[in-house]
Design a protein around this ligand. Structure first.
Ligand code: HEC
Ligand code: HEC
Length: 460
């Protein structure tokens, strides 16, 4: 990594590491070696431009030609960090039966001996040695960025295939498709998806008699395609044919997630935005904060701001707007807030394990979760495993790069259904998530304790 950091001692005596200024980047530029986290400060502009600066055909041909190299570079990075061999555990299943991939898949840093020994090293020493295995993941084409759909998804939805970049993380480490859909209003019905993807074509017949008229209208809007920054009918696009756009359920399929990625909409320039793995919408009724970094307080507001995702108000006029009225985003909030968590038959009403139903390993795991592992402090069971606030885990203690700042505590309820983990999906398995938190919290868990913790997380 090329990095020239200047240490600044402020009047208060606090030491900041100033990052290399952002390079001048235009959409389509390939990712910088060493990742975007090496840069910080101000970019050239807060605004995108609706013109490509070249004819669409030139843009499309140039990007299509470049794509194999872009995809190969992203895979090279993943392979250097992880063992991507798919090891499904037939005994551990997501709600509709996909087997969970077993980890940890991150490569154990050379010379560490064991994960437990590595976790005991001083953060500064790890940073100095450049051996932290869980550094940020970039979007495979961070300059253009925007929505990028998994391979299983573009196989089903070729209209979402981009000519400039493909998805990096293999399907093995992603959620099942189509996922189940549970409603707070109809627990007796269980999975209401019927094992199919809910779309504009089938939503009405499936949900007539189940939803209220308001929820129906909200659902209709959530399965209606609308133009977005790079999926639209203009030349400002990354699909070969003009695009109808995407629907909320193109990423939040059946109100859950297919693992599609975007960049967090909270900052500029694009190199300053974090890669975001689509969170599930299940259990949204119980959360007080929405989005990883924007702390949006209502689902209605969220439906409104999700409009273009990149949130570029200046692009709206050029690519076509949805112009949803407040009453409509309220309706989207109405459907959003009845999407329930998947069943967790081993949990009681306090979200604690029922001893008669749990295994010995799960019970030991719960004890570690609430005790030595410290997880319960931020993921309290009765609050659906989130404290409804944001925390700065200060992971940059372990690597040279721009700090990521506070992030929302995502819920752990139904966590087995939402790999990969962490805002950018850098933790491909639950085993990696447990490794990660053991390192950053310095909890000193043993290999046995970590196994128990994973057994517990699978039961939530
Ligand atoms: C790229 C595919 C994509 C599409 C399409 C999409 N979302 Fe999202 N959604 C995301 C990502 C990524 C996040 C995380 C954003 C963040 O953390 O800032 C998110 C976050 C959310 C959240 C907050 C979840 C939480 O736990 O904090 C809600 C609510 C939501 N989306 C609703 C919607 C609605 C409503 C639509 C349609 C108008 C929509 N989304 C369309 C990817 C998508
Ligand atoms: C200081 C508060 C805090 C503690 C303690 C904590 N977490 Fe978290 N956890 C968070 C935050 C904040 C996030 C979201 C971070 C991000 O995505 O950048 C998170 C995310 C996660 C995720 C990923 C969720 C997802 O949807 O991707 C898992 C899994 C997780 N935590 C497990 C644990 C376990 C296991 C422990 C204990 C060993 C633990 N956490 C301890 C705050 C905490």
């Amino acid at each position: 990594m090329t990095r020239c950091s200047i240490a600044i001692l402020t009047a208060a005596g606090v030491l900041f590491a100033q990052s290399t200024p952002y390079p001048r980047v235009v959409p389509g530029d390939r990712n910088p070696a060493g990742g975007v986290a090496q840069f910080g400060g101000a970019g050239q502009s807060s605004y995108a431009r609706p013109d490509l600066g070249e004819p669409f055909e030139t843009w499309r041909d140039r990007m299509s030609k470049q794509r194999p190299a872009v995809d190969a570079a992203a895979m090279k990075i993943l392979n250097s960090r992880y063992d991507l061999t798919c090891r499904p555990d037939p005994a551990a299943k997501m709600s509709r039966g996909k087997a969970l991939a077993v980890g940890p898949v991150a490569h154990l840093p050379r010379g560490a001996g064991s994960w437990e020994a590595f976790a005991r090293l001083d953060p500064a020493a790890i940073r100095q040695a450049g051996t932290f295995p869980y550094t940020p993941l970039d979007h495979p084409l961070h300059s253009t960025a925007h929505m990028l759909f998994p391979r299983f998804w573009t196989a089903l939805h070729p209209e979402h295939e981009r000519f400039d970049v493909g998805f990096d993380i293999p399907d093995c480490f992603l959620p099942e498709n189509p996922p189940a859909m549970y409603l707070t209003t109809h627990p007796e019905m269980g999975d209401v998806s019927g094992g199919v993807e809910i779309t504009y074509d089938n939503y009405f017949d499936k949900f007539n008699g189940i939803l209220t008229p308001e929820q129906m209208e909200g659902l209709r809007l959530m399965v209606t395609p609308f133009p977005t920054t790079w999926f639209n009918t203009t030349h400002h696009r990354v699909t070969a044919a003009p695009s109808n756009g995407v629907t909320c359920f193109s990423c939040h399929v059946n109100g859950h997630t297919n693992g599609a990625i975007e960049l967090a909409p909270d900052s500029r320039p694009n190199y300053g935005r974090l890669r975001m793995d689509t969170p599930t919408l299940r259990g949204n009724y119980s959360f007080l904060l929405f989005s990883s970094k924007r702390a949006i307080r209502t689902l209605e507001h969220f439906a409104e701001v999700e409009e273009y995702f990149d949130g570029d108000t200046t692009l709206l006029a050029a690519i076509g707007g949805r112009n949803l009225q407040k009453a409509q985003t309220n309706r989207m909030g109405d459907i959003n807030s009845i999407l329930d968590f998947p069943p967790a038959p081993k949990l009681d009403v306090m979200n604690r394990l029922i001893p008669a139903k749990a295994t010995a390993a799960e019970l030991r795991g719960e004890k570690i979760f609430l005790g030595k592992g410290q997880c319960g402090a931020c993921h309290p069971p009765v609050q659906h495993f989130t404290d409804n606030t944001m925390h700065d885990l200060r992971v940059e203690r372990f690597y040279a790069g721009r700090p990521e700042g506070p992030v929302k505590t995502f819920s752990l309820r139904g966590i087995k259904d939402t790999p990969p983990y962490y805002h950018d999906g850098r933790l491909l398995t639950l085993e990696d998530a447990v490794n990660f938190f053991d390192i950053i919290l310095a909890t000193g868990l043993t290999a046995e304790e970590k196994k128990d913790l994973v057994a517990y997380l699978r039961a939530l």
